[in-house]
Design a protein around this ligand. Structure first.
Ligand code: SF4
Length: 93
């Protein structure tokens, strides 16, 4: 969601249409293969989809619904909430 939301912010700040978007891999000094313009429907559809998800999250949080959900196969070991999260599930190895 980050890339299309940044694209939306750029469009609004610069009053211009974003034609492309990608991550820049600093270590290899290369653009990512993930390209915003490759999204089905292009950049505008990517922005619209991300905005829809973002607004769903905002509505859920405003309604008090923001319970964490473990991913399939358990929680990642790097999750900082693991020591106190009531939804923690150990990763199945
Ligand atoms: S410990 Fe909690 S917050 Fe962390 S990944 Fe698991 S469910 Fe999500």
């Amino acid at each position: 969601m980050q890339l299309p939301l940044y694209a939306l912010a750029a469009e609004q700040a610069l009053r211009a249409e974003v034609a492309s978007g990608f991550y820049w891999h600093i270590g290899s000094a290369r653009p990512s293969s993930l390209r915003l313009e490759k999204y089905e429907g292009g950049v505008p559809c990517a922005i619209e989809t991300a905005l829809g998800y973002a607004m769903d999250v905002v509505a859920a949080v405003r309604a008090g619904q923001f319970a964490p959900t473990p991913t399939d196969g358990g929680c990642p070991t790097f999750c900082p909430a693991a020591p106190f999260c009531e939804f923690y599930e150990a990763k199945a190895w």
